[in-house]
Ligand binder design. Sequence first.
Ligand SMILES: [Zn+2]
Length: 61
Amino acid sequence: MTGFAPQTTKAKAAPPAALIAHICRVCGGPASFGFGVSVRTGREGRWSCLPHRTEVERMVS
Ligand SMILES: [Zn+2]
């Protein structure tokens, strides 16, 4: 016991809910890349995060 408590209270940078409108098809994480998305027709398409971008892109045919 040193009596010295290291400050590890790093505020979790939680992105606003509005930013996480889509989830990655592979890992379910926040997705920022959309494929086959059409705003005009209301098609959601497939979304992916950065690491799974190529994987999800291959799913779209
Ligand atoms: Zn992913």
